[in-house]
Ligand binder design. Structure first.
Ligand SMILES: Nc1ncnc2c1ncn2[C@@H]1O[C@H](COP(=O)(O)OP(=O)(O)O)[C@@H](O)[C@H]1O
Ligand SMILES: [Mg+2]
Length: 397
């Protein structure tokens, strides 16, 4: 997995097994039963995280990825090169994970790097179309690693009129569903997205959508004002004061008022958004700007929960955080503050056996497994797709 933060590659090694009865010796095992006749597979899957590593992109690669994401004009040759170059990096990351954990994978699921995502149809050459583009050539990864690769997961959902995102609810539903309490699973990557699972939910009751910026705006202002690629441990934000008017003002933007399903990316919260954000914060101390960007993430998450998730009878009690933002204590403190009036307590993905940084990568292992078995894995209530569909494309060895 490599997300919109463009920080690098997360590799998760996951054992997926439909039959085994006994638990493995390491990692955490989750027993999953899906219902026959629903759009999920009619079989039991067990999955277990065996290991996880993060590889930071080399600085030049990160710059190239960010440049491509933000470009209004780009070189076709460079984009083609990036597709093959990223594939080499993905393959190296997988091979390194394989030797570190001494596990030879049989199948790879690779999300790729999103260069452009527009979940909402817009006019182009006389037609309205929604589009997405993840890069990182599956054929190259398959050849280097020597196993089949499932890649390019999002287009099939969009072809079925879905927004192509979020896809992680497939895992979230299986991992966090509880009989007695409702849970909100909040990933804080570049973008923040949530999966809300009511108590004793059926898959069709799952609500999932992007709430807005996760670390993307924090990273961008920290880079601009302090020259660091992110605000490590939220230390800068901790020394600043939030400018409440800026946060309130941004919350009135149409994205936040729009009901789900909805998706966001650098198209919404990238360079242009950050330019306006910095203008709104001008004349404030630099640390206040980082604190305000951090508060914006916390506020937009809780605002989305209040507007679109909290309904009577769903029994929401917990918010489970994952993603890089779960390592930012200043952000978490702000979030916890906002959550307590909603009766939600803060928990961590790590407590459920899936470390914050591993969860999204693990989700794509599970999605690949589904595809390999010709089974659907989009969650139509999350993406807005008309049908369950089999996601991805397979590159054979
Ligand atoms: N120790 C930390 N302190 C603060 N922020 C962190 C820390 N570790 C990671 N992050 C944030 O998490 C981001 C990466 O999160 P990730 O979940 O990988 O996002 P994505 O899926 O978009 O790549 C980094 O860009 C950074 O902003
Ligand atoms: Mg990342």
């Amino acid at each position: 997995m490599s997300g919109t933060s463009a920080d690098g590659i997360d590799v998760a090694l996951v054992r997926v097994d439909p039959k085994r009865k006994s638990a493995g010796s390491h990692g955490r095992e989750n027993r999953v039963t899906a219902r026959r006749g629903s759009h999920f597979l009619a079989a039991e899957i067990r999955f277990e995280l065996l290991g996880h590593i993060h590889f930071a992109y080399p600085k030049s690669v990160r710059t190239a990825v960010l440049t491509a994401m933000n470009a209004s004009h780009a070189s076709v040759a460079d984009l083609a090169r990036l597709n093959f170059l990223l594939a080499e990096l993905y393959a190296e990351a997988i091979l390194a994970a394989q030797s570190k954990f001494r596990v030879r994978p049989q199948l790879v699921g690779c999300h790729g790097q999103t260069l452009y995502h527009q979940g909402e149809a817009e006019s182009f050459l006389g037609r309205k179309i929604a589009v997405t583009w993840q890069t990182g050539e599956g054929a190259v990864i398959a050849r280097r690693v020597g196993v089949p690769v499932v890649s390019d997961f999002r287009p099939a959902d969009m072809a079925a009129r879905g927004k192509g995102a979020p896809l992680v609810p497939f895992l979230d539903f299986r991992l966090y569903r509880d009989m007695r309490i409702g849970r909100i699973v909040q990933n804080i990557g570049g973008i923040a997205n949530l999966t809300a699972i009511p108590a004793n939910a059926r898959a069709e009751q799952v609500v999932a959508f992007d709430t807005g910026p996760g670390n993307m705006v924090i990273d961008a202002v920290t880079e601009r004002l302090f020259g660091h690629s992110f605000d490590r441990d939220g230390r800068i934000a901790a020394t600043g004061s939030v400018i409440p008017e800026v946060v309130e003002n941004i919350l009135r933007q149409s994205f936040f008022r729009k009901p789900p399903p909805k998706t966001a990316g650098r198209e919404e919260f990238g360079r242009d958004f950050v330019r306006l954000f910095l203008q709104r914060c001008r004349r404030s101390a630099k640390a206040d700007v980082v604190a305000t960007a951090t508060a914006l993430t916390a506020r937009t998450i809780t605002d989305a929960i209040r507007r679109f998730v909290m309904k009577r009878g769903t029994g929401y009690r917990e918010l489970i955080v994952s993603g890089g933002g779960a390592s930012n204590p200043t952000l978490l403190a702000m979030l916890a503050n906002e959550l307590s009036p909603l009766g939600l307590s803060l928990r961590f993905s790590d407590e459920f056996g899936f470390p914050s940084a591993a969860k999204e990568a693990a989700a794509f292992a599970l999605l690949a497994y589904q595809t390999w078995n010709r089974r659907p894995s989009n969650v139509p209530s999350a993406t807005g797709a008309k049908h369950p569909v089999i996601l991805g494309k397979i590159s054979y060895v």
